[in-house]
Design a protein around this ligand. Structure first.
Ligand code: ADP
Ligand code: MG
Length: 432
């Protein structure tokens, strides 16, 4: 970096420079394992910067034997520029989260070769020919394993890092380490839970078509209470280690494989936030499909597949999470020794059902918040943005906003995933 002081909580900052197509060669060559994975000499490697995200540099490096992916944190928000500084040690949290995920779902995350603290860079497995799930959904591609894979990812990562699985001391140690990921949490707090509900410089929406509904959101007191209650949960409820950004742009897929990338927003928060992030992005895709319809394909079959995936996701998640709890509930919460007689076992089982019902309601609330921010806030989704006719796009977005509002305000009255599905379908048909 030129002319910018770079703070790194873990190394003091000395030695950081953003990687270039030249300097990355020496960096990778200095590591025997990486050098071997690439093969040959560094002069012969191809290096391409492919970062399409909002925050970081991402390089794809290929040699005669294989390839690697290098992700480096930049000291500012890439989407906005140097005027918005951001600590590079978020790479540390991303690395820690990737390790925690790999401990329980190693087949669903990229393999890590090297974490370089000073450079704030992670060298990882190159996912190829995987594509970003969001892009596949825009094209109308089906992924038969997606629902089950993300359900397994969520059930395993959330359960294994929670007080249902861990001794209290171990959980607190982890929670306090991740609690320093303050600035990334701050982005979520502002951009998801606050800015879309007030005049904010960074907000944007399809204008003038959505001007009216955007103003309605800013004046809707019950909605603002609902979203602030969700924010309160996000701030105060450290239930489990979250991925923190589990949308369809953080998942890479082929028809056979699923990988979850980019957990730099990881921290201990409410489990429903991760579940809601995935559900919100399936629903955003669902509402966007009308904008991708062609003469030969109205996308109605695909819309059905998206809602099937939503339903299957929750069903599989619930089953897997409960299985883990019954088999491996070794944490300090709900000590199994207290429930060994018949009455105890029955009471605990009944409580588990209530626990999952509450988790569904949390998830539904977060689903609403994650949908609305993508239409009224700073960061939008390609599913909608790629609809070039702005009247058509605004119609898709309005339906999504109407559902989003109902999910936040009325989440306690939606008691099953089937009811959520039905509600989503109704909003698509009824709304103008
Ligand atoms: P950001 O946090 O800046 O959004 P991401 O981790 O999402 O960065 O990566 C940005 C892009 O780089 C992804 O959308 C994907 O296209 C590509 N990418 C990231 N990790 C890999 C990987 N392991 N293999 C192949 N491509 C990757
Ligand atoms: Mg990211």
């Amino acid at each position: 970096m030129t002319g910018m002081a770079v703070r790194n909580r873990f190394t003091g900052g000395a030695g950081y420079a953003s990687l270039t197509e030249q300097t990355i060669r020496a960096f990778l060559e200095s590591n025997p394992e990486v050098s071997k994975a690439l093969g040959g000499r560094s002069q012969g490697w191809s290096v391409r910067e492919v970062g399409d995200g909002n925050l970081n540099l991402v390089f794809v490096v290929k040699g005669p034997v294989g390839g690697v992916c290098v992700k480096q944190a930049l000291p500012y928000v890439r989407l906005v520029g140097e005027s918005w500084p951001l600590p590079i040690d978020r790479a540390h949290f991303e690395h820690e989260a990737l390790k925690a995920e790999a401990a329980v779902v190693s087949d669903l995350v990229p393999k890590i070769y090297v974490f370089d603290k000073v450079r704030a860079a992670i060298v990882m497995e190159l996912l190829e020919p995987h594509i970003i799930l969001r892009k596949g959904l825009i094209q109308g591609i089906r992924y038969p394993k997606l629902a089950d894979d993300i359900a397994r990812f969520a059930a395993q990562t959330l359960f294994s890092t929670s007080d249902l699985a861990l001794p209290a001391g171990k959980k607190r140690e982890q929670q306090s380490m991740f609690s320093l990921n303050t600035e990334l949490c701050r982005i979520t707090e502002d951009l998801v839970f606050t800015d879309p509900y007030r005049i904010a410089e960074l907000n944007r929406w399809t204008s003038p078509q959505l001007d009216h509904i955007a103003a309605e959101f800013r004046e809707d007191a019950p909605l603002k209470i609902a979203v602030q209650e969700l924010k309160w949960m996000f701030l105060s409820r450290g239930e489990a280690l979250l991925h923190g950004d589990l949308h369809t742009g953080s998942i890479m897929v082929t028809s056979e494989e699923t990988r979850v990338i980019d957990p730099e927003f990881a921290f201990y928060g409410p489990m429903g936030f991760d579940l809601g992030a995935f559900m919100a992005n399936l629903l955003l895709s669902y509402y966007s499909q009308d904008g991708h319809a062609t003469a030969g394909d109205d996308r109605s079959d695909y819309q059905r597949w998206l809602l099937d995936t939503l339903e299957m996701f929750w069903g599989r998640f619930e089953t897997r999470f409960l299985e883990l709890w019954r088999q491996a509930g070794t944490g300090d919460a709900f000590v199994s020794g207290l429930f060994e007689d018949e009455a105890g076992r029955r009471a605990l089982e009944a409580y588990r059902v209530r626990f999952m019902a509450r988790l569904l309601q949390d998830s539904i609330g977060f689903t609403g918040a994650k949908m609305a921010r993508r239409i009224l806030g700073l960061a939008h989704v390609e599913d909608m943005e790629s609809i070039k006719n702005t009247d058509v796009r605004a119609r898709c977005e309005r339906r999504a906003l109407i559902l989003a509002r109902q999910l936040m305000v009325g989440r306690s009255s939606i008691s099953s995933i089937a009811a959520l599905r039905q509600f989503a379908e109704t909003c698509r048909k009824d709304a103008l």
